[in-house]
Design a protein around this ligand. Structure first.
Ligand code: FE
Ligand code: FE
Ligand code: ZN
Length: 276
């Protein structure tokens, strides 16, 4: 079964996101846990969550993906920013338990000149403080494009974060196709090679979700600008090789392409037509 969805606005609640997803042929979705710029999260509407979980169970769908705000930076050089990241992350982990057993995806962070090694140390310090045994959520480290001083553009950096996290069983990885391509992994001409490298360095068993995005930029551009599926430098054929790959085809695919809801509906249709 194809598990596909797109990034949606969470402002009208879980049941609404599910309705929207079903209306565009999707069976999963992603949402920001709060304003992407940070800020206070809306209170959880328990009635909405209860209704959603009931319908979700009936559909026996896969996982949904929550995305941390992209201002969250565990390895900032500024202590106040790291402290804010800690508070948001801890709060989000608690809130995620209202929808147990799903994914919480975050950007490892930007080390802003401190070096990747120090960045990784700070990230793991926070993860070691905040991950807890009883949590049912799997936290996903997103592969990054390497824009600026982003940590996590190399598979080795993701590996090191996992290695230095005590509760590593709580960690998984989300592969963003635009990011890895911009980061220099040639998924157009050598998808098998990239996946072999992923498996050797990180382990494919860690891979829990795919962000399905084409790229406005070229291989190794370190830019991170998403494009509609088939309209960027990755192209439809390579995107579909990802969706149809025997090592990936079971994963949830989340579109984060520049689209409104109807654009997403068309994109999902395109992907279904090309699914083999
Ligand atoms: Fe992201
Ligand atoms: Fe992404
Ligand atoms: Zn991106």
């Amino acid at each position: 079964m194809l598990n596909i969805g797109c990034h949606l606005s969470a402002s009208a609640g879980f049941s609404h996101m599910l309705e929207e997803s079903l209306s565009i042929g999707a069976n999963t979705f992603q949402f920001f846990t709060r304003n992407p710029r940070g800020g206070k999260a809306k209170d959880i509407d328990e009635k909405d969550v209860k209704n959603f979980l009931k319908k979700w169970d009936e559909l026996s769908n896969g996982k949904i993906v929550a995305h941390a705000p992209y201002t969250l930076n565990m390895c900032s050089a500024q202590e106040s920013t790291r402290e804010f990241a800690k508070q948001v992350f801890a709060d989000d982990l608690m809130r995620m338990e209202f929808v147990p057993g799903n994914y919480y995806n975050f950007h490892p962070g930007s080390h802003v000149g401190q070096g990747a090694e120090e960045g990784i140390r700070l990230i793991c310090e926070t993860l070691n403080e905040l991950l807890f045994d009883e949590m049912t959520t799997t936290v996903l480290l997103e592969t990054m494009a390497g824009k600026g001083s982003e940590v996590g553009a190399r598979f080795e950096e993701i590996r090191e974060i996992i290695d230095r996290t005590e509760k590593e069983s709580k960690l998984g990885v989300c592969l963003d196709t635009c990011h890895v391509f911009d980061g220099g992994y040639d998924i157009v001409n050598n998808l098998d090679g990239v996946l072999e490298e992923f498996d050797r360095v990180i382990g494919l068993d860690r891979l829990k979700a795919v962000h399905l995005n084409d790229s406005k930029n070229v291989l190794a551009s370190h830019k991170d600008r998403h494009e509609k599926i088939g309209q960027g430098n990755i192209g439809l054929e390579a995107m579909m090789n990802v969706v149809n790959h025997k090592k990936l085809r079971h994963l949830p695919f989340i579109l984060e392409t520049p689209n409104d809801l109807d654009g997403y509906r068309q994109e999902i249709e395109l992907i279904k037509q090309n699914r083999v």
